[in-house]
Design a protein around this ligand. Structure first.
Ligand code: UD1
Ligand code: CA
Length: 443
């Protein structure tokens, strides 16, 4: 839709969250609220997306990049915030869609229906009919058009009983919107410029506001932490259902935590209590055993991960590879068929095909200042309790003896041992015991 422009309002203080961070950065299924809104906008293919932020909201600016931003100097209400975006949209034609950074789950079809309605009338909004309207602006209608939106704080008891509420998302004719915003006045209980008042202003222009109803699970606003938790719960249930539908087995679905972008292949098995942070893809037939914590990793076909594995971002686990219990993988690639089955740390490393990393292996990738890389070739065998001090290369087929601390490169097919020799003294223990016993008896 090249004649469509989006504004996302995200400059609010989010007082009700009782947080030092901007509300729109609160994560929902691993992704900041505002980023969900950006993704929904992108799905419409608009010409511009402008996010309105307050001065100093650098995290929000980063989250919405590379799209445009506008600064709202003082948080004087949603109408004032929309006005702050107008300089970035000077002279635009077509339609402007205004979204709220704290209404994150709105979907493409619902937004499309809203834009369609606005194309017909010049102004449209999203509404929902809900059992408990507390906190939302109530929508008053006549002949199926909106006549007025009354905020909770301005509503009479009778108006408060209205269950049709404002989802906060509007779409308006681009040529008219700026004039309507300029006509807003802060004449209400909160002394704010309410975006919702454009409905009455447009009516004076002869433009009636249409409303499109959407489902509560898409249009709920998030003002408090309990609303955030509720939305998270619903979204997790949706993501669990989606994974099951797409052919993954979740042994105990309620204990699997997903991120919005988690992708599970067919016949993937996920055991209880698994956390998928952002950026995880699991190929067909892989198994994620219980209590594993995964972020930013591509897991290959038929691989086995966990129980109790931790995989951190920028990692890749090859087809048929095994990452066992208490193994941490960080910014590392473990190639096809390689195994690290017990209690190890693999950081900034590449582990070649079919290599075997013994229990207790640590790749020492940090010297206190810099992270260094380690390359381990194919078919390498690293004995238990070894420390590989980066930067280092271990050639294909090499062996490292158990308990070694290796600080120099190991050529292909070589053996590296770096530990003191074991010594055996026949009969030593018996002599020792006899001596000590005699000493004790003499006292
Ligand atoms: C708003 C609507 C209400 C609707 C509800 C839906 C108005 C006046 N009220 O109320 O009718 O039912 O959303 O969830 O529009 N923001 C700014 N600058 C500001 C104020 C707010 O950018 O000066 C941003 C916030 O960051 C937030 C969004 O606008 O993302 C909504 O603001 P919020 O204060 O949460 O509005 P509600 O009281 O929920
Ligand atoms: Ca809100």
């Amino acid at each position: 839709m090249t004649d469509l422009h989006c504004i996302i309002l995200a400059a609010g203080k989010g007082t009700r969250m009782k947080s030092d961070k901007p509300k729109v950065m609160a994560p929902l299924a691993g992704i900041p609220l505002v980023k969900h809104v950006v993704t929904a906008c992108e799905s419409l293919g608009p010409k511009t997306i402008v996010t309105v932020i307050a001065d100093g909201m650098d995290d929000v600016a980063k989250a919405v990049a590379p799209h445009k931003m506008a600064i709202q100097q003082k948080q004087l209400g949603t109408g004032d915030a929309a006005k702050a975006a107008m300089p970035a949209l000077k002279g635009t034609k077509g339609h402007i869609l205004i979204l709220l950074g704290d209404v994150p789950l709105v979907t493409h079809p619902t937004l499309e229906a809203l834009v369609e309605a606005a194309r017909e009338t010049g102004l449209a909004m999203l509404a929902m009919d809900i059992a408990d309207p507390t906190g939302y602006g109530r929508v008053l209608t006549e002949d199926n058009f909106v006549t007025e939106i009354i905020e909770e704080k301005d509503a009479s008891p009778e108006q408060k009983s209205v269950t049709l509420v404002n989802a906060g998302i509007f779409c308006a004719d681009a040529k008219k919107l700026e004039g309507w915003l300029n006509a807003l006045k802060p004449e209400n209980a909160q002394k704010e410029y309410y975006l919702t008042d454009i409905v009455k202003i447009a009516a004076k222009d002869g433009i009636k506001c249409e409303y499109v109803e959407g489902p509560e699970h898409e249009l709920r606003g998030i003002n408090s932490r309990s609303q955030l938790a509720e939305a998270e719960g619903e979204l997790q249930n949706f993501l669990r259902a989606r994974a099951l539908h797409e052919g993954a087995t979740l042994l105990d679905p309620m204990t699997t935590y997903f991120s919005m972008d988690t992708q599970l292949g067919r016949d993937v098995v996920v055991e209880p209590n698994v956390f998928f942070g952002p950026g995880v893809t699991v190929a067909d037939n892989a198994t994620i055993h219980a209590f594993s914590h995964l972020e930013g990793v591509k897991i290959g076909e038929g691989a086995s991960v966990g129980p109790f594995a931790r995989i951190r971002p920028h990692s890749e686990i090859g087809a048929g590879a095994t990452i066992g219990n208490f193994v941490e993988v960080n910014r590392s690639t473990v190639k096809a068929g390689a195994k690290s089955k017990h209690v190890s740390y693999l950081g900034d490393a590449t582990i070649g095909e079919k290599s075997n990393i013994g229990a207790g292996t640590v790749i020492a990738n940090y010297d206190g200042f810099n992270k260094q890389e380690t390359t381990i070739g194919k078919g390498v065998f690293i004995g238990s309790n070894s420390t590989v001090v980066a930067p280092l290369t271990v050639g294909d087929g090499a062996y490292i003896g158990a308990g070694s601390t290796v600080t120099t490169n190991v050529p292909a097919d070589a053996l590296a041992v770096a530990r003191s020799r074991s010594v055996v003294r026949d009969g030593w223990a018996e002599t020792y015991r006899t001596k000590k016993q005699t000493e004790k008896e003499k006292k």
